[in-house]
Design a protein around this ligand. Sequence first.
Ligand SMILES: [Zn+2]
Length: 103
Amino acid sequence: MSSSGALPLLIILFFFGLAGGIVGRIKGSGFWVWFLISFCVPFIGLLTAVLYRYDREELRRECPRCHRVVMLHDAVCMHCGTELEFPEVAISPSARVLARHDG
Ligand SMILES: [Zn+2]
């Protein structure tokens, strides 16, 4: 039985992973994460890595007071100092959230 059948596929997957990893690294997201994603799901993974840039650009919000664009994770506006409520997602700084409820 020839064992060379899977080799071309692995080479193709490797280059998909390499391309996805490079794209992911350019976006500042980490090479190996996107390498693995693009390697396992070649077309979708690479496509996701390319489109990931646009998701990253949307991680901003407009300050309700001075209407300047600030980063989503900022708690205080960098321009006017207004406290910003986190939309939708609430992050608790307390570690007690991790306590389990047995009830
Ligand atoms: Zn502001």
